[in-house]
Ligand binder design. Structure first.
Ligand SMILES: Nc1nc2c(ncn2[C@@H]2O[C@H](COP(=O)(O)OP(=O)(O)OP(=O)(O)O)[C@@H](O)[C@H]2O)c(=O)[nH]1
Ligand SMILES: [Mg+2]
Length: 351
């Protein structure tokens, strides 16, 4: 029944990090940065594409071959569970979460709780939601939550994951909540990174604190928090250069940023948010784990769910990483970042 993948295939799926990522250890070998400037990456600005539409690629992976079952045109039996198992694996749900789902469905079929397409659909949704629910812990930036101001969010992650773009979207999100925001250009590695953040600053009408290329990121972010403090600003969001967890010197730099911030406010950063590209699949899980071990993470933003057929990665995240999923990115537009809601996500996936 569960022998859909051979042991070898299963093991391959759990290989930790892509070879390219593992062998790249120097700053110079970091992949070329993507431009991602707001002016050329916001085709969907102000459009409220619904989540179901954004998850279309994953939905297709998931529903290919399943439609007949859900429409009640095929029997609910082992063939169905095999097919479903295959779909879940293809969508990158991961072995553990897939096994949980299939086992639970099988139990319910045996007990005749599932007897038709509708009860199958409902039970599947219920199981999937229960897997994701523990990750649904929205970011609370209120002063009550931290008893300090500004609330400092340090954004980290590997190259091109969508950090800077997500910061632009986050600034918009918080401004819509009536909060004041200041951005810190902590990616001092290349001039374009500062410009990219400044554009998002202009767009959101929020200040951006920056220094020249090559400046010490810890000093930029320190200045930014001091400035926000003096202006009574609610939230500071700090950008950082993309890095791999294997680049010790760059990981040390993040640790230093945290140390320096701690001198201003012992509880800062209040959120260390890793941005993860959903398309990187299982490899990214190991990378996130390494970041967590080295610098300590408090939340995840999973980006580019609109561009991948493997959005099921979110179930692997829930099963493997003991971290809240704060936000999901579903496009390049300023509105395309939403707080993660387990129920909404599963409903969108299965609708
Ligand atoms: N489709 C889609 N594209 C996204 C999303 N988030 C970010 N991007 C795109 O991904 C690309 C890289 O985004 P950046 O924000 O520059 O990524 P970064 O992590 O800051 O990159 P580095 O600073 O080079 O490490 C840009 O073209 C963004 O527009 C998303 O949710 N969906
Ligand atoms: Mg960036």
């Amino acid at each position: 029944m569960f022998g859909f993948l051979s042991r070898k295939q299963k093991d391959n799926r759990q290989q930790p990090v892509s070879e390219a990522a593992e062998t790249s250890t120097e700053t110079e070998t970091v992949p070329a940065p993507s431009s991602g400037s707001p002016s050329n990456t916001t085709p969907a600005e102000n459009s409220s594409i619904d989540l179901s539409h954004s998850l279309e690629k994953t939905k297709r992976t998931f529903s290919d071959g399943m439609a007949d079952f859900f429409l009640g045109k095929k029997a609910i039996d082992d063939t169905l569970l095999d097919e479903l198992e295959s779909r879940l694996i293809s969508a990158d749900v991961g072995m553990d979460a897939t096994t949980t789902i299939i086992d639970e469905l099988q139990r319910n079929i045996s007990r005749k709780v599932i007897s038709d397409a509708e009860s199958l659909h409902l039970k599947l949704a219920e199981i999937m939601k229960s897997i994701l629910q523990p990750c649904e812990q929205p970011l609370d930036t209120t002063v009550e939550a931290t008893s300090s101001k500004p609330f400092v969010i340090l954004v980290v992650g590997i190259n091109g994951a969508g950090k800077t773009t997500s910061i632009g979207k986050l600034a918009h999100h918080f401004k819509q909540q009536g909060k004041s925001v200041l951005l810190a250009a902590g990616d001092t590695f290349r001039a374009a990174a500062v410009e990219q953040l400044q554009q998002w600053g202009q767009r959101n009408d929020v200040p951006v604190i920056s220094q020249g290329t090559g400046a010490d990121p810890a000093s930029v972010i320190f200045d930014a928090v001091e400035s926000a403090s003096s202006k009574n600003i609610d939230i500071v969001i700090a950008d950082t250069a993309g890095r791999l967890h294997t680049q010790d010197n760059l990981m040390d730099e993040l640790a230093k940023i945290k140390r320096v911030l701690g001198k201003l406010d012992a509880s800062a950063p209040h959120e260390t948010l890793i941005v993860m590209d959903a398309g990187f699949g299982q490899n990214a899980l190991h990378q996130v784990q390494q970041f967590n071990e080295t610098i300590g993470l408090t939340g995840l933003a999973v980006t580019k769910l609109d561009g991948t057929a493997k959005g099921g990665i979110i179930f692997s995240i829930a099963n493997t990483l003991n971290l809240p999923v704060r936000f999901i990115g579903v496009g390049e537009g300023i509105n395309d970042l939403r707080p993660f809601n387990a129920s909404e996500f599963v409903d969108a996936l299965l609708d």
